[in-house]
Write a protein that binds this ligand. Sequence first.
Ligand code: RB5
Length: 147
Amino acid sequence: MIIIGSDHGGLNLKTALNSYLHRRGIEVTDAGTSGDASVDYPDFGQKVAETVIAGEAELGILICGTGIGMSITANKIPGIRAALVTDVFMARMAREHNNANVLVLGGRVLDEQKACDLVGAWLDATFEGGRHQARLDKITALEEKYS
Ligand code: RB5
């Protein structure tokens, strides 16, 4: 299961990605927001990140206007590796090298087709492990040092 969340700046893209994921046969939980009203992105970033860390979702997708606020928020939660991406190469690398468990997109940056392409590239990629795992272990050590 993938959990997806956005603020008002990412709502349209979230709707499009919900349809895309359903078309791919992937179970999706929508964490909101569900209307045009202005909301605070940390509330939705927290919900998606905590659901992933709890093991209740395999992966998460977050969208705000730029993706910046959501990525800052999600990366505060230990164990989350949230990657803000803007092209297919970055989306693929986010999985192959960084094993990103949350993908972050900018609703005011990307059109719907591009966003679907990025999510597809991320989902279809595989973490390479090896030297990349050793680097992720160093990030985990940093989390432990500062928490
Ligand atoms: C909301 O206006 C906007 O600040 C938010 O969607 C996001 O871009 C923050 O990083």
